[in-house]
Design a binder for this molecule. Structure first.
Ligand SMILES: Cc1cc2nc3c(=O)[nH]c(=O)nc-3n(C[C@H](O)[C@H](O)[C@H](O)COP(=O)(O)O)c2cc1C
Length: 409
C-alpha cells in the first residue's frame, strides 16, 4: 500500500514537475511600471521561490490593454519580453517554477476609462465601470470572441517565450470569462448562454486555443470558482460541470477559488473586508463608497475566518473529476496541507499566508513554524491600490524604489 502523500513530494502538472505541493496563488502584486513588471515584482517572486514554494503565480496579466481592470496592470505585449524574462530567471535560479495568470477584465474595468463600451457576455449598464466612466457594456459577438481568443493565445505564446512554466487562464472572480460562466452576468439566449454547459462554451473555446498553442510545452491550467457564493450565482453543481469540461479539454490543473469581486468578495476571502484599510487606501472617493457598499452587502453576520473555508464546495469538484486539483482558500497550517492532500487534492495554493511570510514553506519544512501568522485582516487586499506594491501590513513597507524601475530597466 502506498504511504500518504507528503506536502514536500514533487508533482507533475502536465509537461512540468514542481518540487513540492505548495503553489503561491495569484494575488495582484501591483508591482508594475508602465504596464511592465517592476524590479519589486522580481524580488517578490524571488523571495517566494527562495522561501520554498513549488510554483509561484505572477498575477493578473491582461491579454490586451482594454482587458485591464486597473491602469497599473501588466498587459502582455512583445516590448515587455525582457522584463518578463528577468522575472522567470530570478524564480528559476531559486529552484521554483512560475506560472503567469492570464486575464481579461471584460466589463470589470474599475480603474481606467475605455472610451468605448466594455465587452461582456451580455449588454446593459456596467455596474463595475460606473466609477471610471465606463457606463455601458455590450454583448460579445463572434468577431469579439475570435479576437479575445487570439489575444489569450498571443499572451500565452509570449509567456512561453519569456520562460514561464505555466499559464493559468483566469475563469473566476467576475472577470470576462467568468462573466460568461456565471448566470449573474450571462443572460444570453444564444448558444453561449443558458445552462452551465452552454455558459462554458466561450471560456472553453479560449482554453482550447491556449492549450493548442502552448500545451505540451507549458502547464496549461485554469482558475475557477467552486461557487459564486451569492443567490443567483453559479453553484457547486455548475462548477462541477465547468471542471468536467476543462478536464476533457486537457487542463493540466484547476486552481479552485470562489466569489465574485462585485457581488461576494467576502466569500472569496472567507472573512469580512477590512473597512479601515479600505478607507485609508481609497479615501472618501467614489470607489471607496462603492466598495464599502458592495463589501457590506449580503455578508453573513456571523462570518468568521475558518481554516480551509472552501473545503465543502471543493470536495464536490474533487468528486466530479479525476484531474489534478489545487485547493485554495484559508490553507494556513501545515496540518491543513496534509489534510487536503489526504482528501485527494494534489496541490495547495495560498495567497495571504505567503504574502505574510514568503519563507513559510521552508519554515514548515524545517519545523520552525507549523502555522502562518497571517491574521486574515485583509488589509493587503487594499494595498493593491498603493504606489509601492501589495504588502502585508504586519511586515516592513516595501522598498518604494524597486517599484519605480522596470524589471529589465
Ligand atoms: C492582495 C490580494 C490580491 C489578489 N489578487 C488576485 C488576482 O490578481 N488574481 C486572482 O485570481 N486572485 C487574486 N486574489 C485572490 C487569491 O488568489 C485567493 O483566492 C484568496 O486570497 C484566498 O486565498 P487565501 O486564503 O490563501 O488568501 C488576491 C488576494 C489578495 C489577498
Amino acid at each position: 500500500m502506498q504511504g500518504a502523500v507528503s506536502p514536500f513530494d514533487a508533482v507533475r502538472i502536465g509537461p512540468i514537475t514542481i518540487r513540492n505541493r505548495f503553489i503561491k496563488a495569484a494575488a495582484n502584486e501591483a508591482m508594475t511600471v508602465d504596464g511592465a513588471p517592476s524590479r519589486a515584482l522580481v524580488e517578490h517572486h524571488r523571495a517566494l521561490a527562495a522561501g520554498g514554494v513549488g510554483m509561484t503565480t505572477a498575477a493578473y496579466f491582461a491579454v490586451a490593454p482594454e482587458g485591464r481592470s486597473l491602469a497599473n496592470q501588466i498587459w502582455l505585449r512583445p516590448s515587455i519580453l525582457a522584463d518578463l524574462r528577468a522575472l522567470t530567471d530570478a524564480v528559476h535560479a531559486e529552484g521554483a517554477a512560475i506560472a503567469a495568470q492570464l486575464t481579461h477584465g471584460g466589463s470589470f474595468v474599475t480603474g481606467l476609462r475605455l472610451g468605448h463600451r466594455a465587452i461582456s457576455a451580455s449588454g446593459g449598464v456596467n455596474k463595475a465601470g460606473l466609477l471610471a466612466g465606463n457606463y455601458f457594456q455590450r454583448a460579445m459577438n463572434d468577431a469579439d470572441m475570435a479576437r479575445v481568443a487570439a489575444q489569450f493565445t498571443a499572451g500565452a505564446l509570449l509567456c512561453r517565450e519569456a520562460g514561464f512554466d505555466g499559464v493559468e487562464v483566469h475563469m473566476g472572480h467576475g472577470y470576462l470569462l467568468n462573466q460568461f460562466i456565471s448566470p449573474l452576468s450571462n443572460k444570453r439566449r444564444d448558444a453561449f448562454g443558458g445552462d452551465a454547459e452552454a455558459r462554458m462554451r466561450f471560456p472553453l473555446m479560449v482554453f482550447a486555443r491556449v492549450k493548442e498553442s502552448v500545451g505540451g510545452h507549458m502547464a496549461v491550467t485554469a482558475k475557477i470558482n467552486v461557487a459564486d457564493g451569492v443567490a443567483g450565482g453559479a453553484t457547486a453543481e455548475d462548477a462541477a460541470v465547468t471542471a468536467r469540461m476543462l478536464e476533457q479539454a486537457g487542463a493540466d490543473l484547476l486552481v479552485l477559488s470562489s466569489g465574485r469581486n462585485m457581488e461576494s468578495v467576502w466569500y472569496m476571502f472567507g472573512s469580512p473586508m477590512n473597512m479601515p484599510a479600505m478607507r485609508a487606501a481609497l479615501g472618501n472617493s467614489a470607489l471607496q463608497r462603492l466598495f464599502l457598499r458592495l463589501a457590506s452587502l449580503g455578508v453573513p453576520k456571523d462570518l468568521r475566518f475558518q481554516d480551509m473555508y472552501r473545503l465543502n464546495e471543493s470536495r464536490r469538484i474533487r468528486a466530479a473529476v479525476k484531474m489534478k486539483l489545487a485547493y485554495l482558500g484559508g490553507a494556513v497550517a501545515l496540518e491543513n496541507v496534509e489534510a487536503l492532500l489526504a482528501e485527494g487534492f494534489d496541490c495547495v495554493a495560498m495567497a495571504r499566508a505567503l504574502l505574510h511570510d514568503p519563507g513559510l514553506v521552508a519554515k514548515f519544512r524545517s519545523g520552525a513554524v507549523t502555522r502562518s501568522g497571517c491574521t486574515h485582516c485583509n488589509a493587503c487586499v487594499f494595498s493593491i491600490y498603493g504606489a509601492d506594491g501589495t504588502s502585508c501590513v504586519e511586515n516592513p513597507p516595501n522598498d518604494p524604489g524597486l517599484n519605480r524601475v522596470r524589471a529589465a530597466g
